[in-house]
Design a protein around this ligand. Structure first.
Ligand code: DQA
Length: 148
């Protein structure tokens, strides 16, 4: 099985630990990255953990991912609610995609309650904190195993 997966993080997630701890908890981005790398290794997955604050850069990363990665976990952050460009790029990725949000976007402001990507991804995890990343990695491993 191709065991390469990519975890893509959108704007402001680099400031985890500093921003709105009531929504996102106290874990730092670096610690989150380490947890994801450790869990992926344990499950035999090779993970690329990436982040950008720039919409076009995220589109480029998603486009490039088609070549190398068997699955994608994406927290598009604020672009979840606004970006047709990211949605269009994701729809070209013909492999499993898990949408992830640390907070429960459906319990927050009205503008966050709409995701432009939920209907084109394989599945989603939201509202379970940073632990959601670990759950997404476990689910992705199962999805990839079932494909082969
Ligand atoms: C988020 C939720 C988004 O509404 C917000 O803009 C983020 C993070 C989450 O992980 O809960 O930056 O995607």
């Amino acid at each position: 099985m191709n065991n390469k997966i990519i975890i893509i993080n959108g704007p402001n997630l680099n400031l985890l630990g500093e921003r709105e701890q009531s929504q996102y908890g106290s874990i730092t981005f670096e610690k989150l990255k380490k947890n994801c790398l450790d869990k992926s290794k344990e499950l035999g997955l090779n993970v690329n953990f990436t982040q950008s604050n720039i919409e076009g850069e995220l589109v480029n990363i998603i486009q490039e991912s088609r070549k190398n990665f068997a699955g994608m976990i994406i927290n598009a952050a604020a672009f979840t609610h606004t970006s047709v460009a990211i949605r269009d790029a994701l729809s070209l990725f013909k492999k499993p995609i898990i949408e992830l949000h640390i907070s429960n976007i459906y319990k927050r402001e009205e503008f966050r309650q709409k995701s432009l990507i939920s209907d084109i991804v394989t599945g989603g995890i939201f509202g379970l904190g940073a632990e959601g990343y670990i759950l997404a990695i476990i689910s992705m491993q199962k999805l990839l195993k079932n494909e082969n």
